[in-house]
Design a protein around this ligand. Structure first.
Ligand SMILES: [Zn+2]
Length: 311
C-alpha cells in the first residue's frame, strides 16, 4: 500500500477546557482528528498524557509514518527549550513543564512547541485565509485578545516570545485589564470585555454572542460595544502596520463569529485613520476556525523537520 509510506504530522492544541489533536498529511490536509477534555487541574503530565492518549487511535488507524509533532498551548512558551514558561492560574504544574521532551519520549519523533496564537497564525498562513502571505498580523478575540506576527515569511516571536502581543499594550482607553494593566485592547475586544462593557451601559450581563444578536435587532448599546471593539482593533492594526509594515491582518477567536457586525466597524475606523504608509491593510477572517491552532502546530512540525523551504 503506497499510503504506508505517507509522511504524517501531528498537531495538538492544548486549551483551557479542551485539547484537540489532528493528524495531517504533508500538505497539511487533516486526515483524522479527536478532541478530549483538558485535565488542567491535574498537571502537565496528565495534560500531555491526555493529548497523547487522544492521538494514539489516530496513529493506529491512519496508514503512514509519523515524522514530527507540534503542540500549541496558551501562555508564554520557550520554543527552543520546548517548555511552558508562564501559564494561567487555571493550569496546575504547567509552567516549567518539558512539553517537547515528553512528546518526543512518547512518540520517538521530534516535537515542537508554540504559543497558541503563534500556532493559529502559522495555521492560517500555511493553509487558511492568508495562505502564502509573508507579512501578517494575527489576532484572536476569545476570552482574551491574543496577537502574533508573521514577518518575512516566518513567525517573529522576539527575544522573550512576546512579539505581536497587541492585546496588552496601552492606548485603548483606561479600563483595568485582566493582566493588571490599564487601557489595553483586551478591555474592549475580548468576549468577557464585551459582556462587561454592555453591562456597564445597560445593567444586563449577556454573552458576546447574545450582544451580537441584540445589535442585529438595532440595540444601540450593543452596537456601541461592538463599534468600540472594532475601533480598537483598527487602532491595533494601524499601530502594527506603522511598526512592522504588515500587509494583512487575520482575525480569529469566538468573538470573530460576529464578523458581519465587527468587520464594518473595523473598516470604517481604518478608513478614518489609515496606516501612514498609504498602503491599505487587507482584513480577513480566519478560515480554519478551531482547526487553526492544531494545523498550525503541525505546520511548525513540518517546517522544523523538512529541508524544503515552505510554511
Ligand atoms: Zn492587558
Amino acid at each position: 500500500m503506497k499510503n504506508d509510506r505517507r509522511t504524517l504530522f501531528a498537531g495538538v492544541d492544548i486549551g483551557g477546557t479542551t485539547t484537540q489533536v489532528v493528524l495531517c498529511s504533508d500538505d497539511l490536509t487533516v486526515l483524522d482528528r479527536a478532541e478530549v477534555a483538558t485535565p488542567a487541574a491535574r498537571g502537565g503530565t496528565a495534560m500531555v498524557g491526555a493529548a497523547l492518549g487522544a492521538l494514539a487511535p489516530l496513529l493506529a488507524r491512519v496508514p503512514g509514518r509519523l515524522a514530527a509533532a507540534g503542540v500549541g498551548a496558551a501562555g508564554v512558551v520557550d520554543p527552543v527549550g520546548g517548555r511552558i514558561l508562564v501559564a494561567s492560574d487555571s493550569f496546575r504544574d504547567w509552567a516549567g513543564f518539558p512539553v517537547t521532551d515528553t512528546v518526543t519520549a512518547a512518540l520517538g519523533v521530534p516535537a515542537f512547541l508554540d504559543n497558541d496564537v503563534n500556532a493559529f497564525l502559522h495555521g492560517e498562513v500555511s493553509g487558511g485565509a492568508v495562505r502564502g502571505e509573508t507579512d501578517v498580523l494575527g489576532m484572536t478575540l476569545g476570552t482574551g485578545v491574543g496577537g502574533a506576527l508573521w514577518t518575512g515569511g516566518a513567525i517573529f516571536a522576539g527575544p522573550h516570545g512576546a512579539a505581536g502581543e497587541i492585546g496588552h499594550i496601552p492606548g485603548f482607553g483606561d479600563l483595568p485589564c485582566s493582566c493588571g494593566g490599564r487601557g489595553h485592547l483586551e478591555t474592549l475586544a475580548a468576549g468577557r470585555s464585551l459582556t462587561a462593557r454592555y453591562a456597564e451601559r445597560t445593567g444586563r450581563r449577556l454573552t458576546a454572542r447574545e450582544i451580537a444578536g441584540a445589535a442585529e435587532h438595532g440595540d444601540e448599546d450593543a452596537l456601541a460595544v461592538y463599534r468600540a471593539a472594532g475601533a480598537g482593533i483598527a487602532r491595533a492594526v494601524v499601530m502594527t502596520a506603522g511598526v512592522v509594515d504588515i500587509t494583512t491582518v487575520v482575525v480569529g477567536g469566538g468573538v470573530s463569529r460576529a464578523w458581519h457586525l465587527l468587520e464594518p466597524f473595523i473598516r470604517s475606523a481604518l478608513a478614518a485613520d489609515p496606516p501612514v504608509s498609504g498602503h491599505p491593510v487587507r482584513l480577513v477572517r480566519s478560515a480554519l476556525a478551531s482547526d487553526a491552532v492544531p494545523v498550525g502546530a503541525a505546520a511548525h512540525a513540518r517546517r522544523g523537520t523538512t529541508a524544503v523551504v515552505g510554511v
